[in-house]
Design a protein around this ligand. Structure first.
Ligand code: AMP
Length: 217
């Protein structure tokens, strides 16, 4: 099955996507991860998007739709795709619909992860991730272990995202409300939307997502 995780920055989309990859053999397609990888490897595209990302603005539709198209053409996801952080605009949502039709695939479910804004600011400004496996840590609720080794993979490569600061987060939130939140209505009208409480514990959110997916199967 193919699903979208929709929600503001810090809603926990990446964390839940990784759980679904482990448990259901799905393929996670995160445009944020793809763009960060392009920056790290120093491609022309990576250089073009760096400033936009650091400010917390959206990269052009053309670039992100191109990234998703490439992945869909090269991957063969037996367990289906999890779109994480894509689509973020109505144009991206339309493009994704067309790409899936061209592949003879469906969009089965859009999970909206609801989190209040104060919690997002707290989560994001305290967030760090393991550079090796993507495990997410939080200074308050899940601090980096004293031995500085990732609890998931043992690596010692903890990173803070350049855009995880309060100023960039405000811009990212504004981009979410102006450009991405209309997708909630868009997918509701299509009958694909399921909403979960993203503020619950990680395991409870996973349980709510599993039950939403069962209803769409
Ligand atoms: P994320 O890791 O999903 O929070 O994305 C990090 C940054 O990458 C965003 O703040 C945007 O600058 C850019 N980005 C990621 N996905 C998209 C998208 N679907 N459309 C436009 N920009 C994106």
């Amino acid at each position: 099955m193919n699903i979208i995780l929709l929600g503001p920055p810090g809603a926990g989309k990446g964390t839940q996507a990784r759980k679904l990859v482990d448990e259901r053999n799905m393929v996670q397609l995160s445009t944020g991860d793809m763009l960060r990888a392009a920056r790290t490897s120093g491609t022309e595209m990576g250089k073009t998007v760096a400033g936009v990302m650091d400010r917390g603005e959206l990269v052009t539709d053309e670039i992100v739709i191109g990234l998703i198209r490439e992945q869909l053409e090269s991957d063969n996801a037996g367990g289906g795709y999890i779109f994480d952080g894509f689509p973020r605009t109505l144009a991206q949502a339309d493009a994704l619909g067309r790409l899936l039709v061209d592949m003879g695939e469906n969009l089965d479910c859009v999970i909206e992860m609801q989190v209040d804004d104060d919690a997002l600011v707290d989560r994001i400004t305290a967030r760090s991730t393991c550079g090796a496996c993507g495990e997410v840590y939080n200074d308050n609720t899940k601090p980096i272990p004293a031995n500085e080794k990732c609890t998931n993979c043992g690596a010692s490569d903890f990173q803070r995202r350049a855009d995880d600061n309060e100023e960039s987060l405000r811009t990212r939130l504004m981009a979410y409300y102006k450009q991405t939140s209309p997708l909630v209505g868009y997918y509701y009208a299509k009958g694909d939307l399921r909403s979960v409480d993203g503020l619950a514990s990680m395991d409870d959110v996973a349980t709510s997502i599993a039950s939403a997916l069962r209803q769409s199967e």
